[in-house]
Design a protein around this ligand. Structure first.
Ligand SMILES: *[C@@H]1O[C@H](CO)[C@@H](O)[C@H](O)[C@H]1NC(C)=O
Length: 351
């Protein structure tokens, strides 16, 4: 039973070694997306989609609740570190950082957002088009600080990590009426999102981005929140949502092939962790976990954001024994496994 777990630990050791001998091919990690990769931008906008209070961040050295939706670091942080860069990718809106910090890593992501503008409106967060506006602003600052030549090199050689889409389904299509009236079947809505994804990817290509990792949907029917309401299914994963995720990921895969053919020099990678996460949820003990059904925070069934109460007597002691930190987001340990898997399977070629 422990074999798989030990294999993973071994792999992480290799990663650490690789990061030390990294020749610096990737000058920066640049992040777009939602709460799976937001390192704190929502702290600086008026929204309730926040996590900058305990018990979030409880496993950071000082228990700092930086606005990351986890007990500790997230996958993009581990990837950044493995590439010999910062252990934490700083949030662009955080005024304690400046362009010299952002030159080696920057995060434009916003918890609660999606490909669809209407998704960002649900919780008043940063829509994807606005993340791109911030990215343009970032490019200007790079040029002002480092000169055109160096700025262009950073833009071209950096690794872009894009993780977004779950909220379009779970926080928008299946919970708000507007899009369901407009797109009668979920397949129609998926196709609409694929067009938006294509527009976004073409736009950042036009702005100079070349090395891009696009992470599709996780098995979203296995998020504790969805399991909690699956009463008829005895709190097993909601197969229907997992099927939607698989269908959407397949469409993203086709988009990736198409754009790599269409756009000269584009190195877009279809990097989803669906299979790994499903495997972890199905056999948590093989990966060193004790629980995959509920999150650590509170009862683990519905709490996230402000519902994740620092005084809850139910919050677990050791979050890294849980696959999920809260009802929607992975624990630091899961994020570390996901990062290792993505590097091994999809983005290691950029190392
Ligand atoms: C999303 O909103 C932005 C800003 O208002 C707009 O430019 C863009 O066209 C919108 N996208 C869609 C698909 O409606």
């Amino acid at each position: 039973m422990m074999k798989m777990y030990i294999l993973w630990l071994f792999f992480i050791q290799i990663l650490l070694h690789v990061s030390i001998s990294n020749s610096g091919k990737v000058p920066a990690i640049i992040v777009f997306g939602d709460s799976s990769v937001d390192s704190g931008n929502n702290n600086f906008i008026p929204t309730l989609a926040r996590s900058n209070f305990p018990p979030y961040g409880k496993d950071f050295p000082n228990g700092d609740a930086t606005g990351i939706f986890s007990n500790g670091r997230i996958a993009t942080d581990f990837i950044s570190e493995a590439f010999g860069l910062k252990p934490i990718v700083p949030a662009y809106l955080d005024p304690t950082y400046d362009i010299s910090d952002f030159a080696t890593g920057v995060c434009f992501a916003s918890a609660g957002t999606g490909f669809d503008n209407a998704t960002a409106n649900v919780a008043d967060v940063i829509p994807l088009w606005k993340e791109v506006e911030f990215y343009k602003d970032y490019q200007k600052k790079l040029k002002a600080s480092f000169g055109d030549e160096k700025a262009k090199e950073i833009i071209r050689e950096s690794l872009y990590l894009v993780s977004i889409g779950t909220n379009d389904f779970l926080e928008n299509y299946y919970t708000q009426l507007e899009r369901r009236m407009e797109y009668k079947t979920v397949q129609e809505y998926e196709d609409f999102l694929i067009v938006l994804a294509e527009n976004f990817l073409r736009e950042i290509y036009d702005l100079g981005a070349r090395k891009i990792s696009l992470t599709g949907l996780p098995p979203m029917g296995c998020l504790p929140l969805e399991r909690a309401i699956n009463i008829m299914g005895l709190h097993s994963c909601v197969d229907y949502y997992n099927d939607v995720a698989l269908e959407f990921n397949a469409k993203l895969g086709c988009l990736v092939s198409k754009l790599n053919k269409d756009l000269h020099g584009f190195q877009l990678v279809d990097a989803n962790a669906y299979d790994l996460i499903l495997q972890i949820v199905a056999q948590p003990s093989q990966f060193g976990f004790e629980d995959a059904r509920v999150g650590c925070c509170g009862t683990g069934r519905f709490e996230m954001g402000f519902f994740c109460d620092p005084k809850s007597p139910f919050t677990c002691k050791d979050a890294n024994k849980y696959v999920f930190w809260d009802a929607f987001h992975p624990s630091e340990r899961t994020s570390q496994l996901v990062a290792s898997y993505l590097i091994q399977k999809h983005i290691g070629k950029f190392l």
